[in-house]
Design a protein around this ligand. Structure first.
Ligand code: PHE
Length: 344
């Protein structure tokens, strides 16, 4: 009997079930109503009183061993089924989180700033609520100029002459502020939002964005203007982009021009974007009118300068082909997340 118990003890100690079925087989074999332990107790009844004394203890210990082993294994198996290891696999990669993207206008503005910074231009800003002087009068707008008309300008307070307060209609007002406050030379670009009293549609908006450029020093000429803008366009849209200047009129520049570039979409072949002309206008520019220099306290006999102003939406359009201006300000995430950039 002792030999048999020893053998079973070894078997129980070594037992390691792969699944619940094997454990159940173990229970039936040892602890079941017709199991081995039951048999041993039956056998125990038949032995003499001397052996009973010895084996009573041994047998009870053996039974406890089998029961303890069974409940230990059963617990192990249940907790694994309820919470299988595969569900908490710590080696799996974690959930990623979404990174926002730059607004297309910010991307374009940053790129423009980068290009001009490399040419030594600094960045300047001015207020969006302006007085008549900075937005119009100092810029040589005649008293009766139609741009002062209610149709174009959002007036906040309409007074007599210089008392008018309005939302700036262009970033040229920042030129004035800069020249009034400092001494030449000036070499700056001025990005910002501007407002015009227009009905909102796919092609017009009551606010949009401009970047103004100003360069004032001794001996600045129109060829400096042309070369600077030519270089800018090559940097922004790639080598080989053509430029052309058409004579134009702005009260604050003389001579004035508008600059076209060869269509970046069809490369000049003709498409919707360039209305089949092969050219698209991107900015207005010219030599700063001597009256403007004088209005800002700068000696126009000693200094000359050039200025330019471009619409950022147009620049972005030629890069990303955005057909509806309203998309820029609607903050539709489906639109915005297309502009993933490396610069975060
Ligand atoms: N301010 C002009 C506009 O809004 C653009 C411009 C800026 C033209 C500077 C010439 C020089 O249309």
């Amino acid at each position: 009997m002792q030999a048999q118990i020893d053998q079973y003890t070894n078997e129980i100690n070594a037992f390691s079930p792969a699944n619940a079925d094997e454990l159940e087989a173990f229970r039936i074999k040892f602890l079941g109503t017709k199991g081995l332990i039951k048999d041993l107790f039956e056998e125990f009844k038949t032995v003499g009183p001397e052996e009973k004394r010895v084996f009573g203890k041994v047998l009870n210990q053996f039974k406890q061993l089998a029961e303890a082993k069974y409940s230990e294994l059963k617990e192990g198996l249940t907790s694994e089924t309820v919470n299988p290891k595969s569900e908490i696999d710590l080696t799996l990669p974690g959930d990623g989180f979404e990174i926002g993207s730059r607004h297309p206008l910010s991307l374009v503005r940053n790129e423009i700033i980068d290009i001009f910074k490399r040419l030594g231009f600094v960045v300047a800003e001015g207020p969006e609520i302006e007085d008549d002087w900075h937005n119009f009068s100092a810029l040589n707008f005649p008293e009766e100029h139609p741009a002062r008309d209610m149709q174009d300008t959002f007036f906040i307070r309409k007074g007599e002459g210089t008392d008018d307060i309005a939302l700036r209609t262009h970033t040229s007002s920042v030129q004035v502020r800069m020249m009034e406050q400092g001494k030449p030379p000036f070499r700056a670009i001025m990005p910002g939002r501007v407002y015009r009293n227009e009905a909102i549609s796919a092609r017009a908006h009551c606010f949009f964005h401009q970047v103004e450029g100003l360069y004032v020093d001794e001996n600045v000429s129109f060829s400096d203007l042309k070369q600077t803008l030519y270089h800018f366009v090559q940097e922004l849209y790639g080598e080989g982009t053509q430029v052309r200047f058409r004579p134009s009129y702005f009260p604050f520049t003389e001579p004035s021009a508008e600059m076209d570039i060869s269509c970046t979409i069809c490369k000049g072949a003709g498409c919707n974007m360039c209305k089949y002309s092969g050219w698209v206008e991107i900015l207005g520019c010219g030599m700063v009118d001597p009256n403007v220099l004088e209005n800002c306290g700068i000696d126009s006999k000693k200094y000359t300068g050039f200025a330019f102003g471009m619409g950022m939406e147009r620049i972005a359009n030629l890069k990303y082909v955005i057909r509806d201006l309203r998309l820029f300000s609607e903050n539709d995430v489906r639109f915005l997340k297309q502009f993933q950039s490396e610069i975060i």
